[in-house]
Write a protein that binds this ligand. Structure first.
Ligand code: SAM
Length: 206
């Protein structure tokens, strides 16, 4: 079985050519900016080529994008340089990276990535540790009930063929209980981008 880093490095060039700016993109960025605030220090987890990270950068004090794929982080850094964004940086890392300091972030964004990690609850608990008290978490996650059986079967087939990453889909109720167990209170959950079928969870750390 190919590792997640090897999978994302393999598809990196093709993935990076896709724009992430689907339906309601501006509304998603505006909402994130409103909740995060201009003085915030932000961690963007699973940033890929950094398109969202760089669009968020103009609304916050400082943002760090992390991703497990060195190739995607290379594209993100190229994009940052081309756009001349000074308050963003990128790093090859997973959320458990020891260089990330506990209590050092005002907000964490995790767009379309939590369904790709094996232990979502452990990652949510790590987000809790990385955030300051009252910190904001914005996580976009596909819910099992929003993905039809045919599509779920297709994903499994593609994963077996090495053409899709391993995906863990849970229903809304499971997301609610995991957020709660990691000491996050969900403020809002809605589908912003009907094309991606992700539900955007906006939550606050206790
Ligand atoms: C579906 S893409 C989403 C990219 C971007 N956030 C967006 O919404 O366009 C998922 C990204 O998460 C990264 N990823 C997957 N598992 C990860 C993990 N455990 N830690 C950090 N990055 C991860 C992948 O390399 C990939 O770039």
């Amino acid at each position: 079985m190919v590792t997640p880093a090897a999978f994302w490095d393999k598809v990196a060039a093709k993935y990076d050519r896709k724009t992430v700016k689907g339906p309601n993109y501006a509304a998603r960025i505006d909402r994130a900016a409103k909740w995060i605030g201009p003085d915030a220090v932000v961690l963007d987890v699973g940033c890929a080529g950094g398109q969202i990270t760089l669009d968020l950068a103009e609304h916050v004090r400082k943002i760090t994008g992390i991703d497990l794929s060195p190739k995607l982080i290379g594209f993100a850094e190229d994009r940052r340089r081309e756009q001349g964004v000074a308050n963003a940086s990128f790093k090859v890392a997973m959320p458990d990276d020891p260089s990330l300091e506990a209590g050092s972030f005002d907000a964490i964004t995790a767009y379309s990535v939590l369904h790709l990690v094996d232990d979502q609850l452990a990652v949510l608990k790590r987000f809790h540790e990385l955030l300051k008290p009252g910190g904001v978490l914005i996580a976009e996650i596909p819910r099992k009930e929003d993905i039809g059986l045919h599509f779920r079967t297709l994903i499994k087939l593609m994963t077996a063929l090495g053409k899709a990453p391993i995906v863990h889909l849970y229903p809304h109720a499971t997301h609610e209980s995991m957020f709660s167990e990691a000491s996050f209170a969900i403020q809002e959950s809605r589908i912003y981008n009907p094309k991606s079928l992700n539900t955007s969870y906006l939550a606050m750390r206790d």
